[in-house]
Design a protein around this ligand. Structure first.
Ligand code: BG6
Length: 490
């Protein structure tokens, strides 16, 4: 018997954009795994909505092909049959408010709370809400999940939030940042607040600086037009990197409830020191990849990708020295770095502790290395602590060496599979837990900080620094940290 909070709640799940990339790549696989793990209530059912007319057979083929492509060929046939039976498909012109009335029979067949998933561009969120309202399909117990990007600056994100907020209350809205569903990101809370060792050493007195790297080896794939309007700042920094920074820097929340966690994260965002015209060049680097090699294979530059506009100055790499103006983090820089077409897919956090004030082991190390805590977000999820130890042996009195305490999640927990972020977040939404979703205030505060940088870039009109695909970003990003006599962990 599962504990009560793990007993799945029944719902009518309605996915707008079921034939789109997100639904096919992530949502269907997540639902398959939830069903397999008995985390979908027997009465839970789904309605997939998209523009095109599809027969039930075509739709089932789409589900099957997506699962084979993104989950793998070895599917459990019983689970697959069960999942297929939960699904219906209807074609819908999202902008046609009158068309939504035709969906009503699906809802009345089995009245239960509805979870809407807007897996579409934010541009149609307003029309969808209007259509649902016109057909009286929004009830007090309905919920809505919204995908990022929510706007492309503060003003447009306020527009999206106002529009959706005029149909759903904040309590009903679940804004996804899928990094908050990753095991290793959630583990940051456990690491910090379940281990006295870190709780008490987690501030400016013990920590020298923090590095957050989210590196991807993929390029733009086939979404050049979308990506070129966004760039790495909007695509990754405004959301994923700032959320990681919040979890690392926030004060202990009173509880794990949504209000406690979100209000602590918001305080961090509010304390971020603004980037100004004067400090932009020192603190922010933007880059764009040129042709190069990834894993030995030649890859095109950003300007030569399919559909590219050769004059584009959109950044595919960002490095930032961020500072948090509060008591805990005074004088502790947080270096953030993220980019496409970097050498490997590799995301990690490095917490560099301060060096010992006096070195009595100078025979081994003229400069004693400081402790470093590495949190590997992906791949090979785990935690590593760099420590100094005595070299064994009678004659080795003063000799010490740098070793690592290495805790790999897959080895320690013997987990064959790390749960995908969407799986957890869909489950949490069905359980009506908003803790791992982003509040309106957080989204807007993050935009305030990021907007300033984007405006300054716009104002100075400079082109991004280039870097060859397969490298670790432009030279200027090395200079950004080297100016502080530090270097990126590699
Ligand atoms: C998405 C971005 O939010 O996150 C993509 O839009 C990026 O550009 C992706 O590739 C990275 O997610 P993950 O889970 O693969 O690190």
């Amino acid at each position: 018997m599962k504990p009560e909070h793990l007993q799945p709640c029944a719902c009518n799940g309605v996915i707008f954009g079921i034939t789109g990339d997100l639904a096919r790549r992530k949502l269907l696989g997540a639902l398959y795994h939830l069903d397999k793990d008995q985390l979908l209530h027997a009465d839970t059912r789904f309605l997939g909505l998209a523009h095109g007319a599809l027969s039930l057979d075509d739709f089932r083929n789409l589900i099957l092909n997506s699962l084979v492509q993104f989950v793998g060929g070895n599917l459990d046939q019983t689970v697959l049959r069960r999942l297929m039976q939960r699904f219906s498909y209807r074609s819908l012109e999202f902008a046609d408010a009158q068309a939504y009335a035709a969906l009503c029979d699906w809802f009345t067949e089995k009245p239960q709370p509805t979870l809407f998933y807007f897996a579409t561009s934010a541009a149609v969120f307003g029309s969808i809400c209007a259509g649902l309202a016109a057909a009286q399909l929004i009830a007090a117990d309905s919920q809505v999940i919204m995908e990022k990007p929510i706007g492309d600056n503060l003003r447009s994100s306020q527009g999206v939030n106002d529009t959706v907020g005029s149909y759903f209350s904040e309590r009903q809205i679940y804004r996804i940042d899928h990094y908050l569903g990753k095991e290793t990101v959630l583990n940051l809370l456990v690491l910090r607040f379940a281990n006295a060792l870190f709780t008490s050493n987690w501030d400016y007195t013990c920590i020298d600086h923090v590095q957050i790297t989210v590196a991807e080896s993929v390029g733009i794939e086939d979404r050049w037009a979308f990506y070129d309007k966004a760039g790495q700042m909007r695509d990754m920094v405004q959301n994923h990197l700032l959320q990681i920074l919040c979890l690392l820097a926030m004060e202990p929340p009173a509880d794990l409830d949504a209000e406690s966690i979100r209000s602590e994260k918001l305080k961090v965002l509010k304390a971020l020191r603004p980037i100004t015209r004067e400090n932009l060049a020192r603190n922010v680097v933007r880059g764009q990849y040129t042709e190069g090699f990834i894993k030995g294979k030649p890859v095109p530059g950003y300007h030569d990708e399919a559909g590219a506009n050769r004059g584009s100055a959109t950044e595919t790499f960002v490095a930032i020295k961020a500072e948090i103006d509060n008591w805990r983090w005074s004088g502790v820089p947080f270096y953030l770095r993220t980019g496409k077409r970097l050498a490997v897919k590799h995301s990690e956090i490095n917490i560099h502790f301060k060096a010992q004030p006096h070195n009595i082991f100078h025979d081994s190390y003229p400069v004693l290395p400081a402790n470093k805590l590495t949190i590997r977000l992906q791949p090979d999820e785990g935690i590593e602590l760099q420590m100094m130890n005595k070299v064994p042996g009678i004659t080795e009195i003063g000799r010490i060496a740098k070793n690592r305490l290495d805790l790999s999640f897959s080895e320690s927990f013997n987990t064959a599979r790390i749960v995908d972020a969407y799986e957890r977040l869909l489950f949490e939404a069905m359980q009506r837990n908003q803790s791992w979703f982003v509040s309106r205030d957080e989204v807007e505060q993050a935009w305030r900080w990021v907007d300033r940088i984007l405006e300054l870039w716009q104002e100075n009109g400079e082109k991004p620094d280039t870097y060859p695909a397969g490298s670790w970003g432009p030279i200027s990003s090395i200079a950004l940290i080297a100016r502080d006599e530090r270097e990126w962990d590699g």
